[in-house]
Design a protein around this ligand. Sequence first.
Ligand SMILES: [Zn+2]
Length: 168
Amino acid sequence: MTYQHCPGCGGPLKTTRIDGHRRQNCPACGFVYYRNPAPAAGCIILIKGRLLLVRRKYQPYRGDWCLPAGFMEYWESPKGCAQREILEETGLKIKVGELIGVYSGTDDPRTHAVLIVYLGIPQTGDYRAGDDAGSIKLFPLDRLPKNIAFKAHTQAIKDFCRYAGIKT
Ligand SMILES: [Zn+2]
């Protein structure tokens, strides 16, 4: 993503080498556009030994399955983000458990995501699909769908299985 105008003063941006990298910056006010990855958080949730996956309602990867997860708001903690996303997409109130892993998501066309995956422990029983989740399904860990949206999600599921001593 490149920008035409400075978000601070509206002046034209130019590209200069800063700290060894070409970055857009504003000669008028000194603004530098540091393009950072976007943190996201989500959860592995097991219900009766089966993994909860949500089906993506929107692009990218519409119709594919993924862990309930989403991008962090500026004011959130990673755990707070995971709790909010799970509530929005599944209706479940969760307790955030162990950290499963942190993953670099380079197959999301929107941005370079850094996905933080926790174990999510449901505090309520009923789930229903909401927000950008079209539907929800529980999958046995040895019979996961082929079309899982992001490599980071597939890796997190593998890491969880290894962590939990589950053979898949
Ligand atoms: Zn400026």
